[in-house]
Design a protein around this ligand. Structure first.
Ligand SMILES: Cc1cc2nc3c(=O)[nH]c(=O)nc-3n(C[C@H](O)[C@H](O)[C@H](O)COP(=O)(O)O)c2cc1C
Length: 381
């Protein structure tokens, strides 16, 4: 059986799967549940220095489905903000969690002043936390809301917490022009790892009332779709960072987790999938990881970590020859016209009883993708 243990920021995890910071792991009993279902570690819900954030409004979740031709992309739009616990209570909860589980437990802190960063880092360290996530990237956090430069916030947080002994991992935001800049800043200032990423900040509008939905402000948005951005940046960071990367964003199953490790992640965090499907999904994801490795003959995750990086072509290396044209299988086509309307090259002709590909076809493959009956394929020229 393949070994799926990993060492993340010096800590041994029996699986790379970490339940990431959110209300699903706000209290010790939830941390225990995550452990019981096979989590390798847990990052507890973030403590916020700003007291106002410790009380979340109701309702705070909206599942937004949007898409084309019946294919919905789902966003779990939410405004959950911080743990409702104050400094001492939060540290006590960490200590309680530590007393009932064996897996590593990370505290997650979102502070504004250096004094509070320092005070909380020491409090959770003495409560037994195995590590700290410095959450400078919460979509509802003051840093993001006020558009402050993340690089400065990272430096401040690492500087203020530098005298604790446990690993300090910085959770990065996807909302910057080049997240590599922030990742470098973490490494340069003594951080033990980076989480790539927190969620985006979004807005949705109720057109009936002409007001922002839910609580009336911005909210976090994320979902399965987010993974591609995460994979892109992990693969870009992996060759240049000496500190480990923890993937976070859009992981819904074992194959997604495997992709994150192929891109260069050491550990993989899951949140939305646990919120929507329950803690049991952790077991399933672990099994899918083992099954994949077994099927491919790999013995450990070290065999695949970062393996995709050398295969990503630069824009200069991409093969730009026209290699294909489309072909419509008349037996499968029901003349629904979706391809005909979508083809912006006017390469689909129509006569009385059929659609056909004409000489304008550029081989782009769009018609293949939009056809609901899989009646079109690309054939080599
Ligand atoms: C309801 C909710 C609450 C969250 N709360 C926190 C939090 O307190 N601290 C934090 O660092 N990230 C928080 N996150 C972000 C998640 O930890 C995670 O990074 C993000 O949702 C992307 O992963 P996913 O696609 O698996 O959900 C929250 C996410 C959701 C959906």
């Amino acid at each position: 059986m393949p070994n799926i243990e990993v060492t993340y920021a010096g800590l041994k995890l029996k699986t790379p799967i970490i339940v990431s910071s959110a209300g699903i792991v706000g209290y010790a009993h939830q941390v225990k549940k995550a452990e019981d279902y096979g989590a390798g570690a847990v990052v507890m819900k973030s403590f916020f220095e700003e007291e106002i954030c410790r009380k979340a409004p109701t309702p705070r979740f909206k599942l937004i489905r949007r898409g084309y031709n019946g294919n919905a992309s789902v966003t779990l739009y939410s405004y959950e903000q911080a743990s409702e616990l104050g400094p001492e209570e939060y540290a006590e909860e960490v200590s309680k969690a530590k007393s009932i589980v064996k897996i590593p437990v990370f505290a997650s802190l979102n502070c504004v002043t250096p004094e509070m960063w320092n005070r909380m880092a020491h409090l959770v360290e003495s409560s037994g936390a195995d590590g700290i996530e410095l959450n400078v990237s919460c979509p509802h956090g003051v840093h993001i809301m006020e558009g402050r430069t993340l690089k400065d916030e990272i430096r401040k947080a690492l500087e203020a917490t530098r005298d604790v002994k446990i690993p300090r991992i910085v959770k990065l935001s996807p909302q910057t022009s080049n997240p590599m800049i922030e990742a470098n800043e973490v490494e340069k200032n003594g951080g033990s790892g980076v989480v790539v990423f927190n969620r985006f900040t979004g807005l949705d509008i109720d057109l009936e009332t002409e007001t922002p939905i839910l609580h009336g402000g911005y909210a976090g948005h994320g979902g399965a779709w987010a993974i591609h951005y995460v994979l892109r940046w992990i693969s870009a960071m992996y060759p240049y960072l000496n500190i480990p990367i923890s993937a976070s964003g859009g992981v819904t199953n074992g194959k997604d987790a495997i992709k994150c490790i192929f891109a260069g992640a050491t550990s993989v965090q899951i949140c939305t999938v646990v919120i929507l499907k329950g803690y049991e999904v952790i077991e399933k994801i672990n099994k899918e990881i083992v099954d994949f490795l077994e099927e491919k003959g790999y013995t450990s995750l070290d065999d695949i970590r970062g393996k995709i990086v050398g295969k990503i072509l630069s824009y200069k290396e991409v093969d730009r020859r026209k290699l294909y044209v489309a072909y419509i299988n008349q037996e499968k086509c029901n003349q629904c016209e979706i391809c005909y309307k979508a083809c912006y090259s006017s390469a689909i002709g129509k006569d009385s009883n059929r659609f056909y590909i004409n000489a304008n076809c550029i081989g782009c493959g769009l018609c293949v993708e939009v056809c609901p009956r899989k009646a079109i394929e690309l054939v080599k020229i």
